[in-house]
Design a protein around this ligand. Structure first.
Ligand code: NI
Length: 166
């Protein structure tokens, strides 16, 4: 296992469509283990293989940050979605920035585990946002394409202050 460098916006690997995983072997174990270790160190809620420069359809998601349990999704696809939520979203590949992005309120996802077994999982709220965000990375897209404006952490602090004053 190794902590890998998280690529940032502008790196061409982040704008490529990723290839399906076809071999459930030691190399995939290493990739998923590296994603886990890198995400733990970065203290994020999701990480996709292209963010560490591997153009394969594999992501790690932390559906409930209270539990910090990681779900490994190989060749994931969204089976169903419902509702809509608008909320702040950030990305480890766009450090220090945030944007308001509309996402479904609930999604159901189908994926394979590291042994190749298919399973289904679902999530609402933050988990749904996270599934959508990570799966989008596999298509070479990022959340900033869905928002007109990115905010810095400092700007958000000021906005919260204004709301409290008002
Ligand atoms: Ni991201």
């Amino acid at each position: 296992m190794a902590i890998r460098t998280i690529l940032t916006q502008g790196d061409p690997a982040l704008n490529k469509r990723c290839h399906p995983v076809t071999r459930f072997d030691r190399k995939l174990d290493d990739l998923l283990d590296d994603l886990r270790e890198t995400l733990t160190q970065a203290n994020g809620v999701g990480l996709a293989a292209p963010q560490i420069g591997i153009l394969r359809r594999a992501v790690i998601v932390v559906p409930d940050p209270e539990k910090d349990e990681m779900v490994e999704l190989v060749n994931p696809e969204i089976l169903a979605q419902e509702g809509e939520q608008d909320g702040l979203e950030g990305c480890l590949s766009i450090p220090g920035m945030w944007g308001y992005v509309k996402r479904p309120e609930w999604v159901k996802v189908r994926a394979q585990d590291r042994r190749g077994n298919w399973f289904e999982t679902e999530g609402s709220g933050l988990a749904a946002r996270c599934f959508c965000h990570e799966l989008e990375h596999l298509e070479g897209h990022m959340y900033d394409e869905h928002t007109d404006r990115l905010y810095t952490t400092e700007e958000l602090d000021e906005m919260e202050g204004e709301r409290m004053d008002g």
